[in-house]
Design a protein around this ligand. Sequence first.
Ligand code: ZN
Length: 130
Amino acid sequence: MAELSKFQAFLQCKCPRCRKGDIFTGNAYSFTLQKTNVHCPHCNLKFEREPGFFYVAMFVSYAMNVAEIITIGVASYILGLDLVYDNLWYYVGLILSGVLLLSPINYRYSRVILLHYLTPGLHYVPGSGD
Ligand SMILES: [Zn+2]
């Protein structure tokens, strides 16, 4: 199997150290609950680096939600929804729907961003786990 680039490993939610093991079990939009693996199935890296490590992912998720809210609001305006008081609940409905639909993606990628880009000392080690 060809080695993944850092961005490919990020997009495919692979382990930041070996880029082969999956960080999550299940699909983001399946009916089974998605879970974060405790250890990388390939190189045995412990994903939760310290107790409460993934609480920081809340801040990443918050930033992602703000970006999504702004994007959906601006896109609604550009696509023709006038910015008047009568359309307030259309904006609220669209934004809440968008945020709810994207919440599984936010859950995953807030943790993946944290592991791949915001964790000092966690780098790609070619051949780890082989
Ligand atoms: Zn790994």
